[in-house]
Design a protein around this ligand. Structure first.
Ligand code: 5AD
Ligand code: SF4
Length: 383
């Protein structure tokens, strides 16, 4: 029997994709290899969010090739998938010469059955891609336009999971709250990015890419449908963005106790001028309103966030604003990242004022310490 091994970089979406890639292998009669050191095929599921993630994927391929060469064994077939495919097939093949095959991740599909390690908790992808225009982000280029999976398919997967004994699920999407909303902006991104004269004013608002829900937002309906299964005890979802955390969703989170009391809500910066350059489309005051409604609605609710430090042109004053915001928000956890310029993104084209590595690192250390260490003493506990 032939063996496969999947090495996964990056976020939960990638981990979930890898589970379905494994499902595809096993449907074709392959068995999982214990290690990449002894396998017939290696899938490298890549992340492109920062340059360092791309570097690690390339280093991994080199390590695999060297290992088989040193042992004088035939090299396994190396298959590249995930977000690094934004470079395009030809460029990827040039960048990492040892790749044998490219697997566009949308070819795996939502409905391929997954091979899950965990027996209690399961990831369920509910949407793929992203229609937003955050200037720093490569995801809309690597994962394409946002597509929602149908309610029927999602509920069918929940049913299957319940039958197998699962009780905890995490719904996954780049912008999970916009699930089921009508999407706009077809072809807009390509058109924009091909412009020679590209200005900040040309970038549309993130919110403008989704039609406002009439009545109850589809995502709230989905949460209610899933909650009807008595066997499902905990529901989580990732990632949310402030722009479609409508009051009805806030109320659902507050009142529906199956929804985990930890809510991940990335702010990205605590400075309104940086948020504007990032094109996030909200202010820190808007963010705080959503956060307060959640935490006042149920004092057991805690928030976590993602923050980028060293965005182009970030001044000391702007960084200080983020520091003050972090102290006030007292997040349960903060994933702090140093800005990494991603060729092809709007920020890469628009903002040339790069912050030196030393300063970015220093800001990272200060903020990480405040959120993930100092604030611990005064933080509410997760229940
Ligand atoms: N540089 C640094 N961090 C980034 N993120 C997204 N793009 C970049 C970038 N170019 C971070 C954001 C996002 C998380 C998944 O990764 O904080 O929420
Ligand atoms: Fe990137 Fe913004 Fe989409 Fe999140 S919402 S994936 S940060 S473009």
């Amino acid at each position: 029997m032939k063996k496969y091994f999947i090495h996964t970089f990056g976020c939960q979406s990638n981990k979930s994709d890898s589970e379905r890639i494994a499902g595809d292998y096993e449907a074709r009669g392959y068995q999982p290899a214990k290690s990449w050191e002894d396998t017939d095929e290696v899938v490298v599921n890549t992340c492109a969010i920062r340059k360092s993630a791309e570097d690690r994927a390339r280093a991994f391929v080199l390590k695999v090739v060297k290992h088989y060469k040193d042992k004088k064994l035939p090299k396994p077939k190396i298959i590249f998938t995930g977000c690094m495919l934004h470079h395009g097939k030809n460029k990827i093949m040039d960048m990492v010469v040892d790749i044998d095959e490219i697997l566009p991740v949308n070819e795996v599909g939502f409905n391929q059955s997954a091979v899950r390690r965990d027996k209690k908790h399961a990831w369920i992808p509910i949407s793929a891609g992203c229609n937003s225009f955050c200037t720093y982000c490569i995801v809309p280029y690597s994962r394409g336009r946002e597509q929602s999976r149908s309610m029927e398919e999602i509920i069918k997967e929940v049913k299957d999971l319940v039958e197998k004994g699962y009780s905890e699920i995490t719904l996954l999407g780049q912008n999970v709250n916009s699930w089921g909303l009508e999407k706009l902006g077809i072809g807009l991104r390509k058109m924009l990015m091909s412009q020679d004269e590209f200005t900040r004013e040309m970038i549309p608002d993130n919110q403008s890419q989704y039609l406002k829900p009439k009545g109850t937002p589809p995502f709230v309906k989905l949460l209610r449908e899933i909650s009807k299964f008595p066997e499902i005890k905990i529901i989580r979802f990732l990632s949310s963005n402030p722009w479609d955390f409508h009051d009805e969703l806030i109320n659902e989170v507050v009142n529906n106790k199956k929804i985990d009391r930890y809510v991940h809500l990335p702010v990205q910066s605590g400075s309104n001028t940086v948020l504007e350059r990032m094109n996030r489309g909200y202010t820190t005051q808007d963010y705080e309103k959503v956060a307060n409604k959640l935490m006042k609605g149920d004092p057991n609710i805690v928030l976590g966030t993602d923050i980028i430090v060293g965005f182009p042109g970030e001044t000391n004053e702007e960084f200080e604003e983020t520091v003050e915001f972090a102290k006030r928000m007292n997040w349960q956890v903060g994933f702090v990242a140093m800005y990494s310029p991603r060729p092809g993104t709007a920020a890469f084209k628009l903002y040339k004022e790069e912050i030196p590595y030393k300063i970015r690192k220093n800001r990272w250390e200060i903020l990480d310490k405040i959120i993930n260490k100092d604030n611990l003493k005064t933080r509410p506990k997760v229940v």
